[in-house]
Ligand binder design. Structure first.
Ligand SMILES: [Zn+2]
Length: 360
């Protein structure tokens, strides 16, 4: 990912942990041969009033405990291991030595009860309110108040602002495979529509298609990666509007390569960035040309055009991620760097000069 969400957005992240603790207390009682738990007395005191009003919760816990009672000792151990592993966030993202059993690894007899509880809890993030706001809206509003306006998984699309429709929440660990993390905001970063509904879908972030364990970025702590276009080659890429684009080489600078590989595999980020560069470059260069004429004037040489690129990058292109600036600035740095190439630098300068010379 390109940047992280603020940890403050986890301030209302209590549903998954609180209900898991209540669930485990019931499982402990059953393991000890005890009776069903007192309701709502077994709920944590600070959330008892809120949760007792959620009328759907008690029957789902009771159904879960009933099914658990019928399991063998080995199956109970397997189930409790899955609960512990799936809720071990965010460590499970980074430590590939940690196993993480999924739904298919736990006894089939209890699947329906598990699914019912997990889907119910996820729905509660939009239903339970604090100070008049739903928990998931508090999470997103906190992100936006900390300046997160753009999807950090692609850097291409803006989030819908607070007050319009809700943005998607992406189950990094899909609810269909990891039901015990269904309502944990650590597993639920906001994402743009494209990332969530066109690319990530139900992919398992913890395992690749061959079943190999992989690591991924923690949405609130990273690692994050910086885009670089070094290695791109001018004039060897796709044709767009009669112009041959650079052959783009997308690189991600960051502390490790592993999480970047998972990010690219799941969100197809490199190919999306290449497509965007191809689609946007001519528009960007035309804007540079009209700015050049306004600022510098007409009748200038190709050398003067090339020498002005750093000024344009520094003074005109927006900072960071607004308006795809991270991509646009890097594309112009690539062009500026390419103009100094001893073999084809002059050709690139002429190419840029042509936009200035013929700008309307
Ligand atoms: Zn996105």
């Amino acid at each position: 990912m390109l940047f992280t969400f603020p940890p403050e957005a986890l301030s209302c992240n209590w549903v998954n942990q609180t209900v898991t603790e209540a669930l485990n207390l019931g499982l402990d009682a059953i393991d000890d041969g005890g009776a069903p738990l007192d309701w709502p007395g077994s709920l944590p005191a600070d959330k008892r009033d809120v949760l007792r009003r959620r009328t759907g919760l008690q029957p789902k816990l009771i159904a879960f405990w009933d099914k658990y009672s019928d399991l063998s000792l080995a199956d109970r151990t397997c189930l409790r291991d899955a609960i512990a592993r799936q809720t071990n966030l965010p460590l499970v993202y980074s430590d590939v030595a940690l196993p993480c059993p999924c739904l298919n690894d736990i006894p089939a007899e209890i699947h329906d009860a598990v699914k019912a509880l997990s889907e119910y809890l996820f729905g509660q993030l939009g239903a339970i309110k604090e100070n008049g706001k739903a928990l998931r809206d508090i999470q997103f509003e906190t992100c936006q108040n900390h300046g997160v306006r753009i999807c950090p998984y692609c850097g291409l699309d803006y989030f819908l602002p607070v007050g319009t429709k809700r943005n998607a929440l992406d189950h990094l660990m899909p609810i269909s495979k990891y039901p015990f993390a269904s309502a944990d905001f650590k597993n639920l970063p906001p994402t743009c529509h494209s990332c969530n509904s066109l690319y990530k879908l139900d992919q398992d972030i913890l395992f690749d298609n061959a079943g190999a364990r992989r690591s991924c970025s923690d949405p609130y702590a990273g690692p994050v990666y910086q885009l670089k276009l070094n290695g791109s080659v001018f004039g060897e890429g796709n044709e767009v509007q009669g112009f041959i684009m650079p052959r783009w080489q997308i690189n991600f600078d960051g502390p490790t390569a592993q999480q970047a590989e998972t990010w690219d595999a799941v969100y197809e980020i490199k190919s999306r960035l290449v497509t965007t560069l191809d689609a946007d470059l001519l528009s960007w260069v035309r804007h540079f040309a009209s700015w050049f004429i306004r600022e510098i004037g007409t009748g200038k040489s190709s050398d003067e055009v090339a020498e002005t690129l750093p000024r344009y990058i520094e003074n005109v292109i927006q900072d960071h991620f607004e308006d795809r600036a991270f991509l646009k600035a890097e594309a112009f740095r690539f062009l500026s760097h390419s103009c100094a190439d001893p073999i084809n630098g002059n050709e690139i300068k002429e190419w840029l000069w042509g936009f200035v010379e013929y700008a309307v």
